[in-house]
Design a protein around this ligand. Structure first.
Ligand code: URA
Length: 271
């Protein structure tokens, strides 16, 4: 019988803890030297400096939330003041009420071409997106690119009429890719609506359950409403199944193909 030595268990445990911290977005040690907290007794512990986790764009000072502020009202006001997409990204960076920012590596704002006729709104960045600061660049994003290519559009198509602009309901990755909470969705909604107004697409694609329910306010499931044209802020909006769902349920690609053809047909009739 082989017995695992105690040092090996400690090593594995320490390594698992480190990997978990890395996964949660920790990328630096806060103090220069270790603190012996037993020796500190009642002495005040120095507060670690909090580094803003967003890389683009960085506000001058770390945003501080006032305790009794209304997060949705403040989001609405900050979003309304943004007069262009850069200002909107800066407003998101400065927004103090969404703690997801603290665990994210990057603000994932948008990709593709602003001014494109089609704007896709997904759910939230995953691990790849968080690392690279761009939406839909992981496995689901690669499937999305293939889906778009099948109807002759692409996120970087040189012809704006066939280009796509992409964002998410949440610009920061939720830990462990959990579903965004109703509060997180409510506070990001004004920013997404402003994002849509500034990008001014002809058509919106609501990619997946979280996007559709946040923007339509409907309780109907995505499998029920997918493929049915709706409106968001006066813009025709098509709810579709999320590519991550298609990766788990390949049989559903059939419905998605029908939705892609509906999108293509609508683009043709709107020219
Ligand atoms: N899923 C999303 O909804 N958005 C991304 O950016 C990546 C995966």
């Amino acid at each position: 019988m082989s017995v695992t030595p105690a040092w090996q268990t400690d090593f594995d445990m320490a390594r698992a803890c480190l990997e978990w911290q890395f996964e949660m977005g920790v990328d630096e040690a806060i103090c220069d030297a270790p603190i012996d907290r037993y020796a500190l007794d009642a002495a005040p512990v120095p507060k670690p400096a909090v580094k803003p986790s967003v890389t683009a764009p960085t506000p001058d000072a770390a945003p501080i939330a006032t305790p009794d502020a209304d997060p949705v009202a403040e989001a609405t006001q900050m979003a309304a003041q943004a007069q262009d997409l850069d200002a909107l990204a800066a407003a998101l960076s400065a927004y103090p009420h969404c703690d997801l920012k603290l665990g994210a590596r990057n603000l994932v704002f948008a990709d593709g071409r602003a001014g494109a006729r089609v704007m896709i709104v997904g759910e939230a960045p995953g691990r790849e997106e968080d690392m690279r600061g761009r939406p839909f660049v992981g496995e689901a994003g690669q499937l999305l690119d293939r889906m778009l290519k099948a109807i002759g559009v692409a996120r970087d198509h040189p012809d704006l009429g066939r280009a796509v602009y992409i964002t998410n309901i949440l610009p920061w990755r939720p830990p462990q890719n959990r579903d965004p909470s109703p509060e997180e969705r409510a506070m990001m909604r004004p920013f997404v609506l402003r994002h849509i107004a500034l990008a001014a697409p002809d058509i919106l694609v609501l990619m997946g359950r979280i996007s559709a329910s946040t923007l339509l306010g409907s309780k109907d499931g995505i499998t029920k409403i997918r493929g049915q044209w709706r409106e968001v802020a006066g813009i025709p909006a098509l709810p579709m199944l999320h590519p991550a769902y298609l990766l788990r349920n390949p049989a559903a690609k059939r419905e998605t193909w029908a939705d892609l053809l509906a999108l293509q047909a609508r683009l043709r009739t709107m020219t």
